[in-house]
Design a protein around this ligand. Structure first.
Ligand code: FNR
Length: 389
């Protein structure tokens, strides 16, 4: 199989299921508890219907977009996801090159399997944009050091993830972790039994039996509050944006929009990613599309105050177009980028996955009767089933 054999995003998942190590598959695929939120993140898109318009010249469509002032060729970014080297030795570098060639933004995880400067050094041009996702550490000085590296390497935004003060209960990941421990006999000899784990980036966090997710979260702060935003702001150059990730309620988006620096009066938050961590935080969290619709109905002012993005369950060009019609500026993909690395595909797999989404977005726009991203709006969708949830 080659990347060219993949015709939709689900094909990449199936390919990954067949080719990834058991541990990598368990870590990537898993979500919390009964996986209601993970499944619904995608299924909810079936509750939104288009209101297509006809007799329009759709021979040319323009999918260009922007995210916090950075121009991109598609309204899609790669969400931050840990440990890409579990899927391919080039890991996050392969994703960086594919994003560069496709002209979209990559958000690099705090828990990436390569160091931030090594990943960004794979960029295909000096202007290629990156954002860095931060998990503030209990030992704050660690985060301060990390941010120094990120700032020095040129980075457009810090994405502060807030939906995981503790990891959700990801049972597949946990189960495979326990099996590994049983099979290798001694927990701390575990490294030699898995060819990729030594280089996966887990480093000193490799812990026995709890699964990869739990090991990764060791040291992550669970005590952050709104006031900590000022601390974060003080560590960044003035032109670097702050994006909050993992908002799951109208109230928190409104609060994010209200945050200001008391000295300058300037806004502290430039954008928010409505996300439930791909169903990996609290099971039963609303699908991001539901929160987006609640915002549209109950707090429409926020769309003027902040850029709003969603991620979770995006698998189709029509998903992207529906989210944009409901007010999202861009949408993120998490697992699809990781799955696309698998089975030796690396950069070419991720490139192909983005290309598939590009073609699907273009087709959806043509069929709905829109020729540019700015034309997309609620007039193109029927949300009566979504509103009934
Ligand atoms: C994630 N996600 C995540 N988010 C984050 O802020 N920092 C991280 O390190 C990670 N790591 C991570 C690893 C894996 C394997 C997955 C699947 C997810 C969440 C990610 O950014 C995103 O919110 C979801 O993946 C979006 O859902 P989909 O696209 O996977 O359905």
């Amino acid at each position: 199989e080659t990347p060219a054999d993949m015709i939709n995003i689900a094909d990449f998942e199936e390919h990954a299921r067949r080719t990834l190590s058991k541990k990598a598959w368990a870590y990537y695929f898993s979500a919390s508890d009964d996986m209601f939120s993970k499944v619904f993140n995608h299924d909810v898109f079936a509750k939104v219907f288009f209101r297509p318009r006809i007799f329009r010249d759709v021979s040319k469509v323009d999918t260009s977009s922007s995210i916090f002032g950075v121009s991109t060729t598609l309204p899609i970014f790669v969400s931050p996801a840990a440990l890409a080297r579990l899927a391919h030795p080039d890991g996050e570098k392969a994703i960086a090159r594919a994003c560069g060639k496709q002209g979209i933004l990559q958000m690099i995880s705090n828990n990436a399997s390569l160091k931030y400067p090594d990943i960004t050094s794979a960029k295909i041009s000096s202007e290629q944009p990156f954002a860095f996702q931060l998990y503030v550490q209990n030992e704050r000085s660690r985060s301060v050091e990390q941010l120094k590296d990120v700032v020095a390497t040129g980075c457009r935004a810090v994405v502060l993830t807030l939906d995981a003060p503790t990891p959700g209960k990801r049972e597949l990941d946990e189960r495979v972790g326990r099996e590994e421990v049983r099979e290798s006999g001694l927990a701390d000899e575990d490294d030699d039994s898995e060819p990729l784990s030594a280089s996966s980036g887990l480093g000193d966090k490799e812990a026995a039996g709890g699964g990869v997710g739990r090991a990764l979260f060791q040291g992550t702060a669970g005590d952050l509050v709104w006031d900590d935003l000022l601390w974060l702001k003080s560590l960044l150059p003035v032109d670097m944006k702050i994006i909050l990730k993992g908002l799951q309620s109208v109230e928190d988006v409104v609060l994010a929009a209200e945050q200001r620096d008391p000295k300058t009066g300037l806004k502290l938050v430039d954008g928010v990613i409505i996300s439930n961590h791909g169903g990996r935080a609290i099971d039963g969290a609303p699908a991001p599309l539901m929160v987006l619709e609640e915002l549209r109905l109950y707090a429409p002012q926020v769309f003027k105050q902040l850029e709003i993005y969603i991620d979770g369950g995006i698998q189709r060009g029509t998903d992207v177009v529906k989210a944009l019609c409901l007010g999202a500026t861009q949408v993120g993909i998490g697992r699809p980028a990781l799955y696309a690395l698998a089975g030796g595909f690396g950069e070419s797999g991720v490139y192909r996955a983005i290309q598939i989404l590009r073609e699907e977005v273009e087709t959806a726009m043509r069929l709905v009767g829109a020729t540019s991203i700015t034309q997309l709006g609620p007039h193109f969708v029927n949300t009566s089933q979504l509103d009934a949830i």
